[in-house]
Design a binder for this molecule. Structure first.
Ligand SMILES: Nc1ncnc2c1ncn2[C@@H]1O[C@H](COP(=O)(O)OP(=O)(O)OP(=O)(O)O)[C@@H](O)[C@H]1O
Length: 554
């Protein structure tokens, strides 16, 4: 979330016994203004900040109003930075380190961090601390003097970090305070005209706060496995100084030059950042170790508060004006702080497993859709084939049935033909016997029942040469078409009648049809006799014709 850097001004108690002769700084609420001795405000020299603390303000109040939120946020996973900026002897070290009676921000922060951790029951914490100084543009480890001139590096995992810096894992505030005290011994102080114990280096006390949710077995990787890592920087800067005022020479002079140079780079960075996004193309963080280390705190992923200390004395008006202008620019800087969560291997694995399961579910969903479509299509095809099969079966059944009917008809016709043929041959026989003796009256009783069907005018007749008498009517059906078609008839009778080849139509003959009602003839003797007689006559006629033909040929 984008938020402005929190900036406060703190005015230390005056250490000068001289009374102001021309101007003085007046503090009203969160505003500090330069006034003329008799109360008139000087135009253009009035500044408003988040807080303005006067001489009487304690470190406790400064911490509560300015820094506490940053410290608490650090415990919750936000990067945080609090630093003190101001001219030499303005009270930076006093604000950060405090005194026995009024501990400074670092001590209060350390206590507060551990107190807050105690109150958080669903997370476990790991705190590491380090303490370094930038002296003459070199980084030294205040916990281990042998670690000096340490380089800065940058990595994706750690961001910008000082390589080789000792980090102490700590469990309580007391442990940290002791470490701080040991580190203070290694810090560069020096006496100047301005400050009997002047910080000759910038110091950075760093707490790395790692926390992890205590696994409640919910399986929620984000709450139980993700690790929050926040870095809290508490910075006591060296003060800018006028060489003329400090009277520095030699080592002090050299120190002063480095101090001023790095503070100037810090000022440039603040200027660039305060100019807004358009002119923030290049921020010269790399121009000094200080800005490089504080890069995240300045316009980055951190909650930052700056306390600018000023001296109230009239003699330091110009330095105070400079500090207030610096503070004003810093106030325009926007940071974007967010909780820093790092996924552990286990959390990453769990998240990947969840993603894979999710993808698999999606894939299965789409596959089942495809399969469902496929199944639907197959079902439709099956139904179609089933209908087709049923239709073919019905057709086949119909074909079988009609085939059976045809066979039956053929058998019937064959039987009729056989009966007819028998009648013909029997007639022939009885005819020859009649010439010797009269046949008995009930002769036709030997016949089985032939079935004759309706006849028409066309008729096939067989002819035999020994018959000459022309009958009045033909006993044969007018046509076989209703009994059997011609082909069938021929096939069924092949070889049965010896002179079948001589079969011919006899349209000229006078024939007499059976009456239509005679479909199933009466099997009485009279009928058979009559029928027999007809056949005999017919045969005789045929035989006669044949004989005549043969005579003609010869
Ligand atoms: N708010 C304050 N209340 C009481 N004494 C203060 C306060 N601020 C500063 N002092 C005193 O003023 C003197 C200078 O303060 P301090 O050393 O903190 O300045 P500094 O800004 O750190 O200076 P330098 O940049 O030289 O290190 C110290 O003796 C300190 O105790």
């Amino acid at each position: 979330m984008a938020e402005k850097i929190c900036v406060a001004v703190r005015v230390r108690p005056s250490i000068s016994e001289e009374s102001p002769s021309g101007t003085f700084w007046k503090i009203e609420d969160n505003r500090i203004s330069l006034h003329k001795l008799h109360g008139t405000p000087i135009s253009g020299l009035s500044y408003a900040f988040d807080h303005v603390f006067d001489e009487s303000c304690s470190n406790s109040k400064v911490y509560e109003l300015l820094t506490k939120d940053v410290i608490h946020a650090a415990v919750d996973g936000f990067n945080g930075t609090a630093f003190a900026y101001g001219q030499t002897s303005s009270g930076k070290t006093y604000t950060m380190n405090g005194s026995l009676n009024d501990p400074g921000i670092i001590h209060r922060a350390v206590n507060d961090v551990f107190q807050k951790i105690q109150m958080i029951s669903d997370r476990e914490f790991l705190i590491r601390v380090s303490y370094m100084e930038i002296y003459n543009e070199e980084i030294n480890d205040l916990f281990a003097v042998e670690n000096h001139k340490l380089p800065t590096h940058e990595s994706l995992e750690r961001g910008i970090f000082v390589a080789g810096l000792r980090e102490e894992i700590v469990n309580n505030a007391e442990q940290v305070i002791k470490l701080l005290e040991s580190g203070e011994v290694n810090r560069h102080f020096g006496e100047t005209n301005m400050n009997a114990r002047s910080s000759r280096s910038h110091t950075i006390f760093r707490m790395v706060i790692e926390s992890k949710g205590i696994d409640t077995g919910s399986g929620d990787y984000s709450s139980s496995d993700a690790i929050r890592v926040s870095i809290l920087n508490l910075v006591d800067l060296a003060g800018s100084e006028r060489i003329a005022k400090t009277g520095a020479g030699g080592v002090r002079l050299k120190e002063g030059k480095y101090i001023n140079k790095s503070l100037m780079v810090l000022g440039n960075v603040i200027n660039k950042l305060s100019n807004g996004a358009k002119q923030r193309a290049h921020i010269p963080y790399r121009d000094s170790k200080l800005t490089r280390i504080l890069q995240t705190a300045l316009g980055g992923n951190a909650k930052t508060s700056i306390i600018c200390t000023v001296a109230p004395e009239e003699v330091h008006v110009e330095e105070t004006k400079g500090t207030l202008q610096f503070a004003s620019r810093a106030k325009r800087i926007t940071n974007c702080a967010q909780v820093n969560e790092i996924l552990t291997d286990a959390a990453l694995l769990k998240r990947q497993q969840l993603e894979i399961e999710d993808l698999r579910r999606k894939l299965q969903g789409s596959r089942s859709e495809v399969l469902e479509q496929e199944i639907l299509k197959l079902r439709n095809d099956m139904l179609k084939y089933e209908l087709e099969r049923e239709k073919l079966e019905m057709e086949l059944e119909e074909e079988r049935r009609s085939h059976k009917e045809r066979e039956q008809r053929i058998r019937d016709q064959q039987l009729k033909i056989e009966n007819l043929s028998s009648l013909v041959s029997d007639g022939d026989r009885s005819s020859s016997q009649d010439s010797m003796k009269e046949s008995p009256k009930d002769e036709c009783n030997d016949f089985k029942t032939p079935c004759f069907k309706e006849t028409s005018n066309n008729a096939f007749v067989a002819k035999r040469s020994n018959y000459s008498e022309l009958p009045d009517f033909s006993p044969l059906p007018d046509s076989f078409s209703n009994v059997a078609d011609e082909d069938t008839w021929f096939k069924m009778n092949k070889g049965y009648i010896a002179d079948l080849d001589s079969l011919q139509t006899t349209p000229a003959r006078k024939v007499q049809s059976f009456p239509p009602q005679d479909i199933t003839p009466d099997c009485s003797n009279d009928n058979y006799k009559l029928e027999l007689q007809n056949l005999k006559t017919q045969l005789e006629l045929v035989i006669k014709e044949k004989v005549e033909l043969q005579v003609e040929k010869t």
